[in-house]
Structures are given as structure tokens and as C-alpha cells.
Design a protein around this ligand. Structure first.
Ligand code: ZN
Ligand code: ZN
Length: 244
């Protein structure tokens, strides 16, 4: 499968960029995971948003869902122009009934996922892990039968990430803090914790994402590499991952 980083900032986007959004592609099927602020402006660089087959949300914080309303207007306008009735499924958890209800619109359908089970969306099979965050949030482990990608979503460190990420080809982590900073209260991880999980889980590549708006972000890579000898990538707009 192919992965494209559409947005990677925490909290709010820097100029011309976006907060969380990750595009998964396999055999022409397009799954967008998270749809934060700016994602709808960035997405057309990689795929026509009308060609999305499904959207999945890890939680309902604005930096992960802010552009859902705009995506719903996109479906409304394009269905009108193209004289179609295409309905886009948007998967979200049901721990927040208000959040889930927002996913229903004229041409989008909210679909509650069961985080205790396996969810199949097109070519992808997805498993979930509840994260440690101020609101209910789920990490995802996605496989197409060949490649496996784990995305921690938003979370402070939890040891369960090691087994959940075991042998993943790519691990996308919340890396909102620098080594030595404690992200526990905010519900985010630091660079050291990302590196430690990557080593213990023996993943192929570590992608540091959900960036802070302070400090020299290149330093996040330097710090993570102290704890993980494999390939470490600093997320950026348009970064594409494909198994070597
Ligand atoms: Zn976030
Ligand atoms: Zn969050």
C-alpha cells in the first residue's frame, strides 16, 4: 500500500499546510485517516477528494476533524455538478455520540466502528487500540495483507504500543514533544518515547508526526535516533511511503 502525509501539524496548521491527515492507497482505493484543518486544501495535490472511498477518524479533536464539514460540502457540490448521488462513508468511534452524529450529512454517512473488533474497509483490515488522551481516541493498525502501518493517533506513552506496533513496516507516531519534556498531561509523546517504541516493536521505519510549534523540529529526529537505529523520517507535506 502507499501512504501520503497530507498534514502533520498538531493543534493548528502552519502557513499553507495542514494538521493530521494521512492518505492510504491500494489498488485505486483511497482511504483518508483523519481530516484536520487544511486537509481539504492539501488533498487535491494527491487525489481528487471526490475520489475518496472512505474516511476514518481516530478521535474528534479539531486538529483531526476540522475539515469534515468542508468535505461534506465538497460532496454536496460535486454530486450536484456531476449529477451523482455518491455517499462517502466516514468511520468514527461511538464513545462520543455528538462527534459521531456530525459525520452524517446529505452525502456522507457516519459509520460507528467497534474498536474491539476488526474493521474491513476495501482492501484494508484495521485493528484498534485505545490511547491515553484527554478524549477517547484510537490508534490503528492497518494491513493490506502485505504491508502493515501503525498510526498511534494522539496519545501519551503507553507500553501497549509495543505489541500493537510489532513488526510494522511503518510506525507513524504522535511526536509533539522533545526529549526530556513530559507530554503525559497533554496526552502526547516525546521523541525518546517514539524511538523506544520503534526499537521494542522492531518496526521498519519510524515517521515522526503531529509536530510541535516550537523548537527546531529536526532535533526530534536526532533525539529519536538515540533510541532507534532504523530509519527515522520527519513528517512533511506530501511525504510518500512505499515499502522498498
Ligand atoms: Zn491532535
Ligand atoms: Zn487529540
Amino acid at each position: 500500500m502507499n501512504l501520503t502525509v497530507v498534514g502533520y501539524w498538531g493543534a493548528y496548521p502552519e502557513q499553507g499546510e495542514a494538521t493530521s491527515g494521512y492518505l492510504f492507497e491500494k489498488d485505486g482505493f483511497h482511504l483518508l485517516i483523519d481530516c484536520g484543518s487544511g486537509v481539504m486544501a492539501q488533498l487535491p495535490k494527491y487525489v481528487n477528494p471526490y475520489q475518496l472511498d472512505a474516511v476514518l477518524l481516530t478521535h474528534y479533536h479539531q486538529d483531526h476533524v476540522a475539515d469534515i464539514g468542508v468535505l461534506q460540502y465538497h460532496m454536496l457540490v460535486q454530486n450536484g455538478l456531476q449529477k451523482q448521488d455518491k455517499v462517502l462513508p466516514i468511520y468514527g468511534h461511538a464513545d462520543d455520540s455528538e462527534g459521531l452524529a456530525m459525520l452524517d450529512h446529505q452525502y456522507t454517512k457516519g459509520m460507528a466502528y467497534d474498536p474491539t473488533g476488526r474493521l474491513v474497509i476495501g482492501p484494508f483490515t484495521i485493528e484498534f487500540l485505545a490511547t491515553d488522551h484527554p478524549v477517547p481516541c484510537y490508534a490503528v493498525r492497518i494491513t493490506d495483507g502485505q504491508d502493515t502501518i501503525v498510526y498511534t493517533a494522539d496519545s501519551s506513552y503507553k507500553p501497549e504500543f509495543v505489541s500493537f506496533s510489532q513488526a510494522a513496516d511503518l510506525l507513524i507516531t504522535d511526536c509533539n514533544f522533545y526529549q526530556g519534556q513530559d507530554g503525559k498531561e497533554a496526552g502526547h509523546m516525546n521523541s525518546q518515547q517514539c524511538g523506544e517504541i520503534a526499537t521494542a516493536a522492531d518496526v521498519g521505519t519510524l515517521l515522526l508526526s503531529h509536530h510541535p510549534h516550537f523548537g527546531d523540529r529536526e532535533q526530534l529526529v536526532v533525539e529519536a535516533k538515540r533510541f532507534y537505529q532504523g530509519s527515522v523520517v520527519l513528517a512533511h507535506s506530501g511525504y510518500k511511503w512505499k515499502k522498498q
